[in-house]
Ligand binder design. Structure first.
Ligand code: BG6
Length: 460
């Protein structure tokens, strides 16, 4: 098992396409997220937070905040723009300067290779993850990164939230209108991603045995909507299919009997090849990254096979609904549930016995500065405090949680809902349609989190 860091890693998170901008400069190829249709009046990836031109100022802010680790993403299409898979020197140079400056400031870079996007050229050339060619392309990309940043990046994430990543727009499946056919592709794509992930685990061990690698999972904390045994089973099945089936593939290289049965009964089992077995069973991750925002409830309900269970999961016997007992806000419409983080991480530990780090956790709010030009985000402080307390409780009880990274360090472009939905500790002065100068303004939560780090999470 990975050796835990000596001190707890207080960090913060972002991803490449949600902050960088500069979507077509210095040899960067177009990413799937650059070409997808964005509703009129909503921000896109072209400028985002203009981190590409503000990276130094951003690292200075991280240093001021006291971050020990920065969970960031690489843009695949900046490093490897097209299907020739030839690395783009200018793309690597951008990350060189960023990583070197982070290290100079004593901040550890913790890099995600794949966060919801890939080069559009790979989708155009062979259908992206639909094809096994994508597995080789991903492994080539991982190899370039592992070799180039060896010794400087010592913690890697293979894939952010496989659940969402495999159903993300731009993977050439929007034209499939039949939910069953689309679900079949989603599971096939997910299977290809798992193969790619295991090959990357294996490769890193050869290239840099001192580095650690793991997946990031969107943990699903699903309570039964009632004590009706059918609801209890629906909740169990929802967690199994939306979380554990994917994590089981990452860790054990196989589906559980219940997940396999569920897929088989619905004709959704992916197509496999004989050589896959050895790849899937040949390696394991060092840790599990946990993303958590809210919990949900499951209600048993027989219905036509559709995607209304939740936006990424197609089912015919379960509906995901909000929990009546939780406080809801504009963007957190499933409710806020810090206890859910504790419950969910305990389950992850019980099933996998691997060290864990919270790679994302945060509260979205539409915000504008007050008359004094500041953002007094007491609601976010409350949200983060309650969730950090859940993490501290896990630590005290002896669960191996080695870090916490709120989402997000700066306000970022939402994964699919523009720039009005803000999660950051730092405000970015821009609107949906006007990037202005993307000025950085520290929110009250920035100052508060600085003190949390200084006190190592005690007495919040
Ligand atoms: C996580 C993603 O699912 O949730 C992030 O890893 C994303 O990329 C975050 O931004 C919040 O979701 P959204 O849709 O509000 O941006």
């Amino acid at each position: 098992m990975m050796k835990l860091p000596e001190s707890f890693l207080w960090g913060a998170s972002t991803s490449a396409f949600q902050i960088e901008g500069a979507y077509n400069v210095d040899g960067k190829g177009l990413a799937t997220t650059d070409v997808r249709e964005v509703p009129e009046g909503m921000a896109d990836t072209k400028v985002a937070c203009d981190h590409y031109h503000h990276w130094k100022e951003d690292v200075d802010l991280m240093a001021e905040l006291g971050l020990k680790v920065y969970r960031m993403g690489f843009s695949w299409s900046r490093i490897m723009p097209d299907e020739t898979l030839v690395p783009n020197e200018k793309g690597l140079a951008f990350y060189d300067q960023l990583i070197d400056y982070l290290l100079e400031k004593g901040i550890e870079p913790f890099v995600t290779l794949y966060h919801f996007e890939c080069p559009q050229a790979l989708v155009d050339a062979f259908g992206g993850w639909k094809s096994r060619k994508m597995i080789d392309a991903y492994v080539k990309y991982a190899e370039v990164c592992f070799r180039h940043f060896k010794g400087r990046v010592t913690k890697w994430v293979t894939v952010n939230e496989q659940l969402i990543a495999t159903a993300a727009p731009g993977l050439a499946m929007e034209y499939l209108k039949d939910p069953h056919e689309r679900a079949k592709w989603i599971w096939q794509i997910s299977y290809h991603v798992s193969l790619a992930e295991h090959r990357a685990f294996d490769l890193l061990r050869t290239i840099d045995p001192d580095a650690a690698i793991g997946p990031v999972c969107a943990i699903q904390v699903v309570y039964p909507a009632s004590s009706d045994p059918e609801d209890i089973r629906a909740a169990q099945e929802a967690e199994e299919m939306m979380e554990f089936a994917l994590l089981d593939m990452s860790v054990y290289g196989e589906y559980s009997p219940s997940a396999r049965t569920w897929l088989k009964e619905r004709g959704l089992l992916p197509e496999t090849e004989t050589a896959d077995e050895a790849v899937l069973h040949g390696s394991r991750p060092d840790f599990i990254g946990v993303n958590y925002y809210f919990s949900t409830c499951a209600k048993y309900e027989q219905k036509p096979f559709d995607f209304n269970t939740s936006f990424f999961w197609a089912s015919d016997d379960c509906r995901i609904i909000p929990n009546e007992n939780l406080k809801k806000t504009e963007w957190m419409n499933m409710g806020i549930d810090p206890q859910g983080l504790y419950n969910g991480m305990r389950k992850v530990w019980e099933r996998y016995r691997l060290p864990m780090i919270v790679t994302e956790n945060g509260m979205a709010v539409s915000e504008t500065p007050d008359e004094d030009g500041r953002i007094h985000d007491t609601y976010r402080i409350e949200y983060l405090r309650d969730h950090i307390n859940a993490v501290m409780r896990l630590r005290e009880e002896g669960y191996p949680v080695f870090g916490y990274c709120p989402w997000s360090f700066i306000d970022v472009l939402s994964s699919h809902q523009g720039f009005s939905k803000r999660y950051g500790l730092v405000f970015i002065d821009r609107t949906e349609t006007d990037p202005k100068d993307c000025r950085r303004i520290k929110k009250d939560s920035f100052r508060w989190y600085h003190d949390v780090i200084e006190k190592d999470g005690r007495d919040l």
